[in-house]
Design a protein around this ligand. Sequence first.
Ligand SMILES: [Zn+2]
Length: 464
Amino acid sequence: MPTTLFRNGTVVTAERSFAADILVEGETIRDIAPTLPVEAAGRVIDASGMLLMPGGIDAHTHLDMPFGGTTSSDDFETGTRAAAFGGTTTLIDFAIQAKGTRMRDALDTWWKKADGRATIDYGLHMIVTDLGEAGLDDMDSMVADGVASFKLFMAYPGVLMVDDATIFQAMSRTAKNGALICLHAENGGVIDVIVRKALAEGKTTPIHHALTRPVTAEAEAVHRAIAMAEMAGAPVYIVHLSSEEALNQVREARDRGLPAFAETCPQYLLLSVEELARPGFEGAKYVFTPPLREKRHPPKLWEGLKQDHLQVVSTDHCPFCFEDQKSLGRDDFTKIPNGGPGIENRLQLLYHHGVNEGRLGLNRFVELVSTTPAKLFGLYPRKGALAVGSDADIVMWDPKADHVISSRTHHMRVDYSMFEGFAVKGNARLVMSRGDVLVENGLYHGRPGRGRFLKRAARGGAWN
Ligand SMILES: [Zn+2]
C-alpha cells in the first residue's frame, strides 16, 4: 500500500495542538507520533511551519440544484473541486423529494448527479416536501441507506414549505430512528404576505428581498422549531442562522439542556444588508435566504460561535451566475434565484477573521469546520478527526500564506465572488482525501468520480 509521511508538522484537532508526524497508509491514518521513521514511507512531506488539520466538512451545499427555473451553476465535479482547493474534503448536499414522489426517487436522482463527478466524499440529507402515506416509513429506509438527516422548510410556501403537523410527525419519527431534523426556519406565510404587498407597491429591486424577510420571522420560526422538537423528544438543527434574535432562541433552549443545534455561514459573519443596496442590479449577487442582516448581528454570531451557542459553520453554497441567472429577477426580486457561492472560501475566511483576528481559538476553528459536523451528522470518527484508523483526509495549512479572494482566480463555476477582494492570511497548501493528494501548491491532482457516497450513522438519540 502507498504510504505518505507528514514530518515536523503541528497537528491541530478539536481538542489540542501538538508537534507530531502523521503516517498515512492507503486510505487511512496509520500512526501519529512525535517522530516516525522516514525509511518506511513512500513519500515524505515536510510539514515544518504547517498546521495539519482534519479535512473540512461542509454540511450544507447545493450542487446541481434546480431552483426557480434554473440550476445552481456548480455541479458535483466543479463544486467538489472548488471545495478541495479550499481544504474541504467532505460535503453533505441535499436531495430534494418532489411532491407526490418517494424519497427513494430523489436519492436515486442525486446519486446520479454525483456519480462519476464528485472528487471528494459526500453525504446527502433528504429534503422532505411531502410525507404522504409512506413518508414516515420512507424516513426509516433513508436512515438504513445512510441518509441520517432530513431537512424541512418553514418557508417558501407552495414550493418547499411544510406545515407544523408534518414537521412534528417527522420529528417524532426521528426521536425513534435517531436521525436529525434540519430546519430552514423562517415564517414563510408571513413573509409571503409582506412580499406581495411590496410588489404591489412597485418595490422590485434586490434590497426588497432583505426588507421583506424580517428578523422576527426567523426568530419566531426558530422558537417554534425548537418547541416542536421538545414536544417530539427529538434533537433539532437550525440551518443558516443569521440573526441575534434567532441565536437567542437557540441559546435559551441549550441553557435548558435541550439538544438544539445551529449553524451559521461566512456570509452572515462577514457581510451585511448594505450589499443588497449596491447600485444597478449588483445587489442580486447577495440574494439568498435568510437575507443579510444589519451590522449589529455579526458580532453576536461570532460570540455565539465562541460560546458554543452555534456549533457549525457551513456555506449554504448555492451559486448562480450573475450574467445569465441572477438576471432572471432584474424586474422582480422574487425571481432572483436564491443563493450565493462560498464552498471554496469557508476555511480561509473563518481562519483569517476568526483565528487571526482573535475571535476563535485554533482548536475551536477545527471543531466548527470539521469535527462537530462529523459528529452531528454521523461521520465521526471516520471523518472530522486526525486519529489512527480515521480516513486520511488531511489539510496541510500554511498559516502564513497570503491570498486575495477573487472570481478571477477561484475555482467555483460562477462569475462573481461574494468576498471579492477580501485579503486573508492562511490557506491550504496541500489537501489529501483518503490518502490521495487532491491539491498541492495550487495545482489540482483530483479525479472526477473518486469521491464516494458516505453512509452516515444515525445517532440513536445519543446527543451531547
Ligand atoms: Zn441551503
